[in-house]
Write a protein that binds this ligand. Sequence first.
Ligand code: SER
Length: 583
Amino acid sequence: MKAIEIRNKYINFFKNHNHAVIPSAPLIPENDPSVLFTTAGMQPLVPYLLGQKHPEGTRLTDFQKCVRTNDIDEVGDNRHLTYFEMLGNWSLGDYFKKESIAMSYEFLTKELGIPNEKISVTCFAGDDDCARDTVAEECWKKAGIPEDRIFFFGKDNNWWIAGEEGPCGPDTEMFYDTGKPKCSPECDPSCDCGKYVEIWNNVFMEFYKDKNGYRKLEQQNVDTGLGLERMAMLLQGKETPFDIELFEPVMKKLEELQKVDNIQSRRIVAEHLRSSIMIINDGGRPSNVDRGYILRRLLRRMTRHLNKLEIDLNNLPEIIDISIDSSKELYPELLNSKDTIKQVIIEEKNKFIKTLKNGEKEFEKVANKAKAAGEKVIAAEVVFNLYETYGFPPEMTEELAREQNLKVDMKNYQKLFEEHQAKSRLGSEAKFKGGLASTGEMETKYHTATHLLNAALKVVLGDHVHQKGSNITAERMRFDFSHGAKMTDEEKQKVEDLVNEYIRQDIKVEKLEMKKEDAINMGAEAMFLDKYGDTVTVYKIGDVSLELCGGPHVESTGKLGTFKIKKEEASSSGVRRIKAILE
Ligand code: SER
């Protein structure tokens, strides 16, 4: 069964059970700066789960576009996706466990034709906050699921909440038994060996969690979510989502075009391309902060893996066409934004290619030197320098080396990398104290100017630029950053102009508190990462800059005056130093 048929069946089924069909909310949440993307169908419905009246009534259904970014690095294996579609149905204080479970069972067995014996379910085992879910258990038995296929687990498995605070509750999850043998006698639906695949999650949302613990909501809600791609994969008897009609044509094209075979790379390209298409279609654009940074990361990783497959990048427009074509039945709106999507992706690819090219050029020098000296191995220090100064990924250095019959000392590279991290931790603690020592009015301005300079350098020189040090007095600022070459006069002028442009725009400087992990996921710049605890202060300057920082800062950039670069010089190997003033 194709994904579109599953979706249509789902929506019709719940429509026939008196649910109003509501449209998918955009991937980029409206009026909710606390999250980067819509991550679940319930997210746009939170006010209604909390009791506000929904104009469409108390029974709702939809298909929701979702992006979850916590697993980006896992994409490439046989199951993780960044973008996915979630089918959902909701009871806003209307039906509860009995009807919800009966409808789910009917849909799975009658509409999708999944045999009873393929289905296992899990229920909440109970704890101090909430009793064991014997009601759900009884409902499953009544539906026809035998006791030995009903499992109980604690909050780790059978409790659902989006983040730390919000509406939540025990859930019951449905699993599809792929028929593979158990990996051990204890193997059950909580095991991820691949025998049991989760297909649907019904959350009985009758609690609210905040800092003080759990309290009961005024109404008993049901929130369910069914992953479309995964269901299509199972019903089509495929091993991975990359084998279904939404990915298969791109996967095939990549295989055709590739000069080097690598299934992980093909999956990464196909997945990141589709996710990027969906994000761009909903208005996302690459940048260095927030959602824009996630999109940038997706597109860069895609480009890198296209390179890894040795696919000529001139084929990218055609690959984009194929991806859009595979998704057009589900999202006809893609056809209208096709040109924009292509333009954004190709522009970003072109930008990144420059970083790649710089790294490659530098590598060429290094390789020639090694060969001239009769060496067969590229030293760990060299690999490290390429990474630190040019943002050139070590595995790419390794790959280029391979082509020239050279080896790379990856073992010592790893050691160097770890040593460096430990060292910069120590160093940054000392510098951190120094940096915050005095905070008069001028120093405060220089603090903010430092963030603007850091951002401008990235724009002009590239994303390999990171802060390596900073020193501020009431008279001037000094800023050290990773960059491999002397800046040209033109580059210096551009940076200066850009900082002054940011000042002219008088952008608000916002202080945000967030979890360190979230800050990193949002792409925040962080020199003193290890210095901070789990909750960090982040300063956000519009779309220009996002940095972990203790402050203090001015309220808006307009207060800074005129920024002037006085000197640009080498600080140490691969590190440049700028001295600048505000007038
Ligand atoms: N909110 C639940 C989930 O995301 C059910 O929709 O799994």
